[in-house]
Ligand binder design. Structure first.
Ligand SMILES: C[S@@+](CC[C@H](N)C(=O)[O-])C[C@H]1O[C@@H](n2cnc3c(N)ncnc32)[C@H](O)[C@@H]1O
Length: 397
């Protein structure tokens, strides 16, 4: 779906959103000009999401939850955190130590997880949150103030990863998909990088434009191509997140003994880069609608790309971690007793509510109107192949 197509179907921006988006666009446009007229998509995504005080995650709009742009599993039901608590309790029983949550969003999962761990008698020594968005960290603090003192006092917010490696559990729910990624297109026997330029005659508007792939992207693409079972067709466009490996390496270096649990949307590599998935996995979320035009609503919509789980596994093993589990959300939650949690609820009204929430979690489907599916003949492959987030457990002994 092109820019005008998506814009015409999305809800209009409020005057405040339009003003804010204009400010973010002006900042990015200045960087495009300073860089000679073209920015890599990775840099564009980084600024659009994380420019201090301005980017989507850094500024003050309500993003996550039913009143925001998208809903994550822990925002949808606390049953998710109740199951996750059982997994954390198993690890903490072996390692002791703490929980470190990366990118805690609204803080709902942290609160629910602490409550569930208290009920299991397995509270961590502390619950640390490392959040890149100052705005979200503030919201987390405000929300988690409400917790009982015995839980609240275990919370701590970190500015960076701990210098001394920790024992315990690291959690990252829907964080990897928010790491800025590169975009590429196969051309002839080589690769071009898809980036962002200024749209002609549109003020600080943007358009996608090809640039020369730098040595890092060209090398990553060669390695990717060599690891796939077949060739990718001419014009094939997709994403590659080169930040995954350094991010996982930094987490591994901070984990002495314990587990890193990553949950996200994604696919193993050969499915991610299936030859039919000709335009990649990039998605933007705005007011519960999904579309694929990152050039509009800049700074007031989410931008995300699915995760290549093979890259995650390779990065983990490169960093000395061992892949100890890989499961769909349904399998993960059912194996942690989702059904017993629902069955334990005696009140019939609450039971019916929980049963509905559980069904939604194990049939996890985004509730967005996927605008791009109206136009893409490959929508069934791209959008319905794997909407089930996958949980990945990487363990450090
Ligand atoms: C899609 S939201 C998910 C929020 C929450 N985990 C949930 O599931 O509701 C992505 C979160 O990751 C944070 N984030 C992005 N990059 C990060 C990084 N490198 N380290 C820590 N947090 C990060 C964002 O600020 C945001 O809180």
């Amino acid at each position: 779906m092109n820019a005008s197509g998506a814009r015409s179907i999305l809800p209009p921006l409020t005057p405040e959103e339009a003003q804010h988006s204009g400010n973010v666009a002006a900042l990015i446009a200045a960087q495009v000009r300073a860089a000679g007229g073209w920015l890599s998509f990775e840099r564009f995504m980084e600024l659009a999401l994380y420019a201090p005080g301005l980017g989507y995650y850094s500024a003050g709009s309500s993003k996550i939850g039913s009143g925001g742009d998208f809903v994550t599993a822990p925002e949808s039901s606390d049953l998710f955190s109740a199951c996750l608590a059982r997994q954390c309790a198993q690890v903490l029983a072996l390692t002791g130590g703490e929980i470190l949550e990366l990118g805690a969003g609204t803080g709902r999962m942290a609160g629910a997880l602490l409550g569930a761990l208290a009920a299991l008698g397995r509270l961590p020594e502390r619950y640390a949150i490392l959040e890149v968005s100052a705005d979200l960290a503030e919201r987390q603090r405000t929300r988690l103030q409400e917790l009982p003192a015995q839980l609240r006092e275990r919370l701590v917010w970190l500015e960076r990863l701990p210098e001394r490696p920790i024992n315990g559990v690291m959690l990252a729910n829907e964080v990897v998909d928010a790491l800025p990624c590169r975009r590429f297109t196969c051309r002839g026997s080589g690769v071009r990088e898809l980036g962002i330029a200024l749209a002609e005659g549109a003020g600080d508007g943007f358009r996608e434009q090809f640039g020369t792939a730098d040595a890092v992207l060209a090398q990553a693409w060669r390695e990717l191509r060599a690891s796939l079972p077949g060739a990718l067709p001419e014009g094939y466009t997709s994403e590659v997140c080169l930040r995954v490996a350094p991010w996982i390496a930094s987490l591994a270096a901070s984990l002495s003994r314990g587990a890193l649990l990553i949950s996200d949307y994604g696919l193993p590599r050969r499915h991610y880069y299936h030859p039919n998935r000709v335009s990649g996995t990039l998605r933007c979320h705005f007011k519960q609608r999904a579309h694929d035009d990152p050039c509009i609503n800049v700074g007031v919509q989410d931008i995300t790309a699915w995760v290549d789980f093979t890259r995650v596994a390779e990065a983990g093993s490169e960093a000395g971690l061992e892949v100890s589990g890989f499961a769909t959300q349904a399998a993960f939650l059912l194996s942690l007793g989702l059904e017993t949690l629902v069955a334990a609820e005696a009140d019939p009204v609450q039971h019916a509510r929980l049963a509905g929430e559980a069904r939604r979690l194990y049939n996890w489907l985004p509730i967005y109107d996927d605008l791009s599916s109206q136009t893409s003949r490959l929508a069934h492959v791209r959008d319905h192949y794997s909407l089930d987030p996958v949980h990945f457990l990487l363990r450090q002994n």
